[in-house]
Design a protein around this ligand. Structure first.
Ligand SMILES: Nc1nc2c(c(=O)[nH]1)N[C@H]1C(S)=C(S)[C@@H](COP(=O)(O)O)O[C@H]1N2
Ligand SMILES: [Mo]
Length: 311
């Protein structure tokens, strides 16, 4: 599994740790790890991608697929009783770093937030295991949020506090970094819009080509949203429908796909894949305004062109 830590990698001793539920709740409380492990246990197989993946040269392959185990966040928030003045849930990590904000140098913890409605999604888990093992330190020991359907940044590691607030939360990773700048057409006029990275976008790549008895097969993966179909474009040919395999029954797990390429002639070829999700969203071409009019590198889910030489 790749790993990303913006403020290094804190080492937490289980005996020194607890999770606080605080802010605008009727019943603030804290949990030890054994208390969380004793609660209802649930698994999710989730393909987590860093929103910066493929965004700049040299940053590739920041996507992993694993089985995460933990307890549902929603029931913890329900038991705490969110007050009607609360609009946002902030997830605080124990990792911290120095930030310079308008001339002030301050120390700030990693944090991300979600609306109450998003945080109450029954698929969000507070996880203490990955692939059947205790969470490794690098992946957030002792506890991390797993938010299936969201980009990596939402999956806060080394969780220490979950806080309900009455205003939008504007930390570095909500409002300064992981902010996409894109030009949009609004009523025939162009305007620049900044949006905070949130739910993941439909994505796919052609991963490899195999040959067996002189016949070629193109293999790849698609993820980000619930995949409906994948099409493959070879050289100047038509878009052809790939066969979906493992993963196609889950909206959160990558879908493996393949296409038999029977009419290959020896030489150089280009291969492009494009995924479409069940809501009809199509993975954008590099010339699509969603990609072409985007200036920051996050959310680079454009179609990928691979080159191959066949013999
Ligand atoms: N506390 C904390 N959580 C964090 C981060 C971080 O820097 N600190 N990085 C986020 C980002 S940007 C990504 S892509 C994922 C990566 O998860 P992984 O390191 O388990 O692969 O963790 C997220 N959770
Ligand atoms: Mo990330």
């Amino acid at each position: 599994l790749f790993r990303v830590g913006h403020y290094g990698r804190p080492v937490i001793e289980e005996r020194d740790w607890n999770l606080e539920i605080s802010g605008l709740v009727q019943r603030p409380r804290s949990f030890t790890l054994p208390e969380l492990r004793a609660r209802r246990r649930r698994d999710v197989v989730f393909t987590l991608e860093c929103a910066g993946n493929r965004g700049f040269s040299g940053f590739m392959g920041a996507v992993h697929n694993a089985r995460w185990t933990g307890t549902p966040l929603a029931s913890i928030l329900e038991e705490a009783g969110v007050l009607s003045s609360g609009i946002e849930v902030v997830f605080w990590g124990s990792d911290e770093g120095e930030e310079e904000i308008r001339g002030n140098t301050i120390t700030q913890n990693f944090a991300r937030s979600m609306s109450i409605q998003d945080a109450m999604d029954s698929n969000l888990l507070l996880c203490y295991e990955v692939n059947g093992e205790p969470l490794p330190n690098a992946h957030g020991f002792p506890l991390r949020l797993i938010a299936p359907g969201w980009y990596g940044i939402a999956n806060v590691k080394w969780l220490t506090r979950i806080e309900v607030r009455a205003t939008r939360f504007m930390g570095r990773f909500m409002a300064r970094d992981y902010v996409t700048l894109r030009q949009e057409e609004v009523g025939g006029e162009s305007m620049w819009v900044e949006t905070s990275v949130g739910r993941s976008r439909v994505n796919s790549v052609p991963a490899r080509v195999t040959r067996s008895g002189g016949r070629y097969r193109i293999h790849g993966a698609a993820w980000g949203t619930a995949i409906e179909r994948v099409e493959v474009h070879v050289d100047d040919g038509p878009w052809r429908l790939a066969i979906l395999g493992e993963g196609q029954d889950s909206p959160y797990t990558w879908t493996h796909w393949h296409l038999d390429w029977n009419d290959s002639v020896p030489g150089e070829h280009t291969i492009i894949s494009r995924a479409t999700d069940i809501e009809g969203k199509v993975q954008p071409a590099p010339t699509d305004p969603a990609i072409a009019n985007k200036r920051t590198y996050w959310e680079s889910n454009g179609q990928v062109t691979r080159r191959i030489r066949t013999g």
